[in-house]
Design a binder for this molecule. Structure first.
Ligand code: FE2
Length: 426
């Protein structure tokens, strides 16, 4: 007997009226009809059953600190880094864990079940690292929390920066991070990329570096990262995050760079909410968008995913763990408004993000984890358009969260008494 049978689902690939059978926390089969009985059945009502959302770029140690010690007045990345530097000495492990756990609750409610979070390793006490390792263990039944050792103040620029990062990896942090554009010079930045990739290769770790998060068209650490990924045989294991300078690069240079990124198997994570907010701040008009070249990278065969990056913290005062909001912003900034473009942006917060994170058994296919979200939308385009309600969220066959369907009662003469706002009637 099946554990769970969800019938009448729409799937992200366009199939409708499909059933999904679950056994022992795994998808047993997907088919229009099932004869086998199930302990529990659910009619999805034609709504979209999607693999869970994945956030491949977040900062869990700073989440929910917006306004502490004060609000970022200039709105720039650099004032955010300065504010974070002021705040860090007052943080406690309890404070970090409480905020992270609160955000993880939001994430589960939003069907966001995998998060890659950078954790600042600049402080030799590694307070945030230890706190988030504990959070990773506590949320494991509901969320895959992957941690990146992130030397926020520059691994070479900070005293004992390399040692702190190595110790964070020793404690069990999953991924090697970096921030080459924040090192003192371009050559120091390049040296940090080389060193960090060598550490990852030695230890068999993945790499995910903040790379060229600037409007400077000559900030070209992504080139070094791609070159080092090839040199060290790390193809498919390296991610460049932000890469906003690529927006401003000369097109001739970008024409040479994009094939190098594709050949090196480096994936790129754009963070639309934050890139459109922080970049271009020194421009008058015209004002650059500051997000990396998402459609060009996708056309070149590069895996591109979207991250949330920040939720109320020194860099950004908004956000709620809603990856549909991230996809919505991404497609606007990238002008990916075709149906195919919108679907590609949905993939950027689901399948592509899972690929960046090397998640196993992810997806809607027999043998994958029975982890999915039922959205109050009929397809990925409607899901993004409505930032659709998450009706139910399952993890390995277990129901984690439910939200009541959104229905508005109207008091309008001559109109139907109730509508589901924004839904197209079928
Ligand atoms: Fe970031």
């Amino acid at each position: 007997m099946l554990d769970l049978l969800i019938s009448n689902c729409a799937l992200p690939d366009g199939r409708t009226g499909m059933g999904v059978a679950v056994q022992d926390g795994t998808i047993a089969a997907i088919a229009p009809q099932f004869e086998a009985p199930a302990r529990e059945t659910l009619d999805a009502g034609g709504y979209l059953l999607s693999p869970p959302f994945c956030d491949p770029h977040f900062h869990m140690d700073s989440v929910l600190t917006h306004g502490r010690p004060r609000v970022n007045q200039s709105g720039t990345l650099l004032e955010g880094i300065a504010l974070w530097g002021e705040l860090k000495p007052s943080l406690t492990a309890q404070d970090i864990a409480d905020r992270a756990l609160a955000y993880c609750d939001w994430a589960v409610a939003r069907g966001l079940l995998a998060i890659r979070s950078h954790v600042d390793t600049s402080d030799p006490s590694l307070l945030a690292v230890e706190a988030l390792l504990d959070v990773r263990r506590r949320v494991a039944p509901s969320i895959d929390l992957q941690l990146v050792a992130f030397p926020q103040d520059g691994v070479l620029r900070t005293r004992a920066g390399v040692d702190n990062l190595r110790r964070a990896l020793d404690l069990g942090v999953d991924v090697v991070g970096g921030i080459p554009h924040f090192e003192r010079t371009m050559s120091e930045g390049a040296a940090s990329v080389r060193l960090l990739c060598e550490i990852a290769a030695e230890r068999g770790k993945l790499v995910d570096m903040h790379c060229d998060e600037t409007d400077d068209p000559l900030s070209r650490h992504i080139e070094t990262l791609a070159f080092e990924a090839q040199r060290l045989g790390l193809q498919g294991r390296v991610t460049g995050s932000h890469c906003t300078s690529m927006h401003s690069m000369d097109n001739d240079y970008a024409g040479k760079l994009l094939p190098l990124i594709a050949e090196s198997g480096v994936s790129i994570v754009a963070n639309p909410l934050i890139n459109i907010t922080l970049q271009g701040r020194r421009d008058s008009y015209p004002k650059r968008r500051g997000m990396t070249r998402v459609p060009q990278l996708m056309d070149a065969g590069v895996t591109v995913a979207f991250g949330h990056d920040c939720a109320p913290d020194p860099w950004y005062g908004l956000g709620s763990g809603d990856m549909l909001e991230v996809a919505h912003m991404g497609l606007h900034v990238a002008q990916m408004t075709s149906q195919a473009g919108i679907r590609a942006c949905y993939e950027a917060v689901t399948g592509n993000a899972a690929k960046v994170m090397h998640l196993e058994r992810y997806g809607l296919a027999p043998g994958c984890d029975a982890s999915f979200v039922l959205l109050q939308a009929r397809d990925p385009v409607e899901a993004i358009r409505l930032r659709a309600n998450r009706l139910k969220v399952w993890r390995q066959g277990k129901l984690l969260a439910e939200t009541a369907p959104l229905v508005t009662t109207l008091h309008l003469a001559g109109r139907p008494p109730a509508v589901r706002p924004g839904e197209i009637r079928r």
